[in-house]
Design a protein around this ligand. Structure first.
Ligand SMILES: Cc1cc2nc3c(=O)[nH]c(=O)nc-3n(C[C@H](O)[C@H](O)[C@H](O)COP(=O)(O)OP(=O)(O)OC[C@H]3O[C@@H](n4cnc5c(N)ncnc54)[C@H](O)[C@@H]3O)c2cc1C
Length: 503
């Protein structure tokens, strides 16, 4: 296991970077030069490529990073990327083009993604992916694939390394540190940018707070917001998307600072209508937002369903064996509180394949004694009361399902119905839909310049990464790799675009 992967594990266990002895450039903030060519707010997925490429072109680049370690969401991300026309595909004789990638994104997202940004992303994705592989990223041996947890692509263009996002960070962090060594790039860790400085409507710099609470100002010809999303800020999550943040599984520094700063200088957001939750998880706690604990396998192609799923009203809302993950996620998004309960009886529990892959059967049985999401009762009415579901409806729903199971004609068209839900004890497991990313984004044009609602550019201000919102690069559907790859790509493009090569 690599050092970075070990660090990630420790990071996830809550060991602070200070305890790990990671470099902290805190106290020197005030002593840094005040004027820069490019100021990059956030040294994560998008910020690091922006920094590497602009520094390589000779610019004086300052990255200001709130955390004491660079890498951002790459510490947690699965790091699944999609790119068409890559060297890896060519070696495997896979016929693919950026246009096919574009068409797939628009098809999967039902044309809700932003065509301008999708085009910019997919027509430049192969260069990004090839850059990573040329510098040591090793996709898994069977890659690229059509898809995994999301709607499949029409060509094999989806790939990632064995450590997910960390496999990407292991490639780009050394490049950033090498630039830091040359002195072209300065990374100021443990310093949180609080405000954009403007002069006559142009963004000319930032005001930042170091971890001693001292405010420092820097000016730059270009300011790039790569500070990530707002998925760890429940208040902003609700204000921007209109939905509660039920889950707590995003990067802790994804607080939406960049949104607040951009909006304060005239930017606007878009994409709220594209919010969609992910496939359901079993949460650890009743309080929200809760960390997810585990998941019941609800992908029918991996485990055909024996249970039914009902909402809080005790009603089914889908054919549990619907093969379209996109349809299942949209249906779940529409349920009260995006919650769904698995309902089954003892016979199903005894005969069905295990539902939780990373738990053994004894642990699943034990969960019904102690886990807040697992309930067991002798009657359906009692089960409904314990689980917080409408009891009358649940009984009617189970009766209707059993009738369909007997006749072979399910009201939702479900085909896989091995057993009725007939005899107690009965079981329920509460599952939650939520999103680990930010649907809403700051509006930019095709040059990644932040724009006002009237389309005019806010001079000096650029943005890339999750701050643009999943609603723009993926639309209202989860489209494989369409967050990480655009973040890396837009960061790279900005690094190249902001500092033209001298001829
Ligand atoms: C668990 C998980 C799995 C995922 N898996 C995938 C996947 O497989 N494929 C995919 O396409 N997408 C995936 N995503 C989404 C994707 O990883 C992110 O959208 C992307 O990495 C975000 O990149 P970013 O550069 O915008 O933000 P980040 O990488 O989070 O970087 C932002 C940086 O800015 C810093 N920062 C924040 N505020 C400030 C401030 N005020 N001042 C200074 N610095 C600041 C942060 O500390 C951070 O380092 C996943 C997300 C999660 C949470």
């Amino acid at each position: 296991m690599s050092t970075l992967t070990l660090l990630r594990r420790r990071f996830l266990l809550g060991v602070s970077s200070a305890a790990l002895g990671l470099a902290a450039g805190t106290s020197r903030a005030a002593s840094l030069p005040k004027e820069w060519d490019v100021i990059i707010v956030g040294g994560g997925t998008a910020g690091l490529p922006a920094a590497i490429f602009s520094a390589r072109r000779g610019a004086r680049v300052l990255v200001i990073e709130a955390s004491k370690q660079i890498g951002g969401t790459l510490f947690l991300s699965t790091g699944q990327m999609s790119a068409a026309g890559t060297e890896m595909q060519k070696r495997q004789s896979i016929q693919d083009t950026p246009q096919m990638h574009f068409d797939d994104v628009m098809r999967i997202s039902h044309k809700t993604a932003d065509p301008t940004l999708v085009k910019l992303a997919v027509f430049n994705a192969a260069q990004t992916f090839d850059w990573l592989t040329a510098n040591g990223l090793k996709p898994l041996p069977e890659h690229p694939v059509l898809g995994l947890a999301h709607e499949p692509y029409s060509a094999r263009r989806y790939a990632w390394g064995k450590d997910g996002g960390m496999s990407i960070l292991e490639v780009i962090e050394p490049m950033a540190l090498a630039e830091e060594k040359t002195g072209r790039l300065t990374i100021q860790r443990g310093t949180r940018v609080r405000e954009l400085l403007t002069k006559n409507g142009t963004v000319v710099g930032v005001r930042a707070e170091d971890d001693g609470g001292k405010m420092v100002e820097f000016t730059g010809r270009s300011v790039v917001l790569t500070s990530g999303g707002y998925a760890s800020n429940p208040k902003m999550f609700y204000e921007l998307s209109g939905h509660k943040q039920y889950g707590n599984a995003s990067y802790p520094y994804s607080q939406g600072d960049g949104y607040t700063m951009a909006l304060a200088v005239g930017a606007y957001t878009r994409g709220a209508q594209n919010y969609v939750c992910g496939s359901p998880r079993i949460m650890a706690e009743v309080d929200e937002p809760s960390p997810p604990d585990t998941r019941w396998q609800t992908y029918p192609e991996r485990r055909a369903p024996w249970e039914i799923q009902v909402n809080a009203n005790g009603k089914r809302y889908l054919a549990e064996d619907n093969l379209s993950v996109d349809e299942r996620e949209h249906l779940l998004t529409k349920q009260p509180d995006m919650r769904t309960w698995l309902i089954f009886d003892q016979a199903i529990f005894d005969k069905a394949p295990k539902g939780i892959e990373d738990w053994d059967q004894a642990k699943i049985v034990e969960a019904f004694n102690r886990h807040p999401m697992f309930k067991k009762a002798d009657t359906l009415a009692e089960l409904a009361a314990k689980a917080g579901i409408d009891a009358t409806n649940l009984q009617a729903t189970v009766a209707a399902y059993n009738a369909g199971q007997k006749s072979g004609k399910d009201e939702f068209g479900r085909k896989h119905m091995p057993l009725p839900i007939a005899k107690g004890p009965f079981y329920s497991i509460r599952q939650q839909g939520f999103s680990i990313t930010s649907a809403v984004g700051i509006a930019v044009n095709d040059k990644l310049q932040v724009i006002r609602k009237d389309g005019s550019v806010i001079p000096g201000l650029y943005a890339a990464g999750e701050i643009l919102g999943s609603g723009q690069t993926m639309g209202s559907s989860a489209v494989g790799g369409m967050m990480v790859t655009p973040a890396l790509t837009f960061g790279r493009l900005l690094g190249q675009q902001l500092v033209p090569l001298k001829s």
